[in-house]
Design a binder for this molecule. Structure first.
Ligand SMILES: Cc1cc2nc3c(=O)[nH]c(=O)nc-3n(C[C@H](O)[C@H](O)[C@H](O)COP(=O)(O)O)c2cc1C
Length: 311
């Protein structure tokens, strides 16, 4: 495995395993869990630049990052370079060292608004977004897909535009927008991005086991890898890949995760917030499907824990 430290715009990370921005999942607690298993850098979920500017309260929780998160990285989305730069310059964003820009979200609400993956068809605007955001003085990184549809890949030209704009790192999710999250990533396209630019390229997509991590490194030549759904199921996959000892007991993990959420929220909010993540933790567990059904109705963490304790 090509494990190594990684330099991003002057910040040296202890390794090259990253945790992805994941809407509804990559909150402060999940990021702390991933860090505890060795992830060197974790991103907040995507936050709307316009939402930030127009003071949407919903974004405040998404940007919560306790002091112990020493390198702080947020992801924003939008398509107006000036609004995006102004969003990054807001006091709410002052604590973040790294701002990642979303060029991959496939969801119709975002795509039809000309944001996220829609920008893959407009490398000139993407370059402008990155260069304008850089004026904020923050380290700007970018996360892209390989195109809108198979056979019409934009990977190399788009990665070059991002580098030209000043991106300090480029994460390439090796699927097209049409594929959403399905199918094997296209390693050849990720490898093309790696060869096209000189800033670090991070490969993302389909890493659920150590063997997937090895394959991704081997086939792409990328400088690092980013885990997403694989880490939601098994955050200790980071330790497995790094060859570190770890406690893989799901019950311990669940208790630890609930305790982290309780540092910020009351019990009912924790239960509701944690439901979806708990369903990921129970994937592949014996009796998991039945437990998941019941968990989705829980309104207290004691209810959740009693379901977990039933074998
Ligand atoms: C529920 C969910 C939410 C996601 N939210 C974001 C997001 O906020 N920003 C982003 O760049 N990508 C987001 N993604 C994409 C992931 O970061 C990642 O690129 C994708 O899941 C592919 O990796 P995987 O196959 O290892 O899961 C999301 C994916 C999922 C499944």
């Amino acid at each position: 495995m090509r494990l190594k430290s990684l330099d991003i715009g002057g910040i040296t990370l202890k390794n090259n395993l990253l945790f992805a921005p994941l809407a509804g999942f990559s909150d402060f607690a999940m990021r702390a869990i991933c860090r505890s298993y060795g992830a060197a850098l974790c991103f907040t979920e995507m936050v709307s630049a316009k939402g930030l500017i127009y003071g949407s309260n919903a974004t405040e929780d998404l940007l919560y990052s306790p002091e112990e998160e020493t390198v702080k990285a947020a992801q924003i989305f939008g398509n107006d370079p000036e609004i995006m730069r102004r969003a990054i310059e807001l006091p709410a964003m002052a604590k973040f060292d790294i701002i990642d820009i979303n060029f991959g979200c496939p969801m119709p609400k975002i795509y039809n608004n000309g944001e996220g993956s829609a920008l893959l068809e407009n490398p000139a605007l993407a370059e402008k977004i990155v260069s304008e955001c850089k004026k904020s003085g923050k380290i700007i990184t970018a996360k892209m897909r390989i195109g809108i549809t198979d056979g019409k890949f934009v990977t190399e030209d788009f990665a070059k535009a991002l580098e030209q704009g000043g991106a300090a790192m480029i994460t390439v999710h090796g699927r097209t927008r049409d594929k959403i999250y399905a199918g094997e990533p296209n390693y050849i396209e990720i490898a093309k991005a790696k060869r096209a630019v000189s800033v670090p390229v991070i490969a993302n997509g389909g890493i659920f086991e150590i063997s997937d991590a090895e394959k991704t490194f081997g086939e792409t030549g990328a400088d690092g890898i980013m885990l997403a759904r694989g880490a939601l199921e098994k955050p200790y996959l980071f330790s497995e890949i790094l060859g570190l000892p770890f406690d893989g007991d799901k019950k311990n993990l669940i208790k630890r995760h609930i305790a982290l959420l309780k540092t910020k929220y009351d019990d009912k909010t924790v239960a509701i917030t944690f439901r979806k993540q708990l369903c990921y933790y129970l994937k592949g567990e014996r009796g998991g499907a039945k437990k998941r059904e019941r968990i989705l109705r829980c309104t207290s963490t004691s209810e959740m824990l009693s379901i977990i304790d039933q074998d």
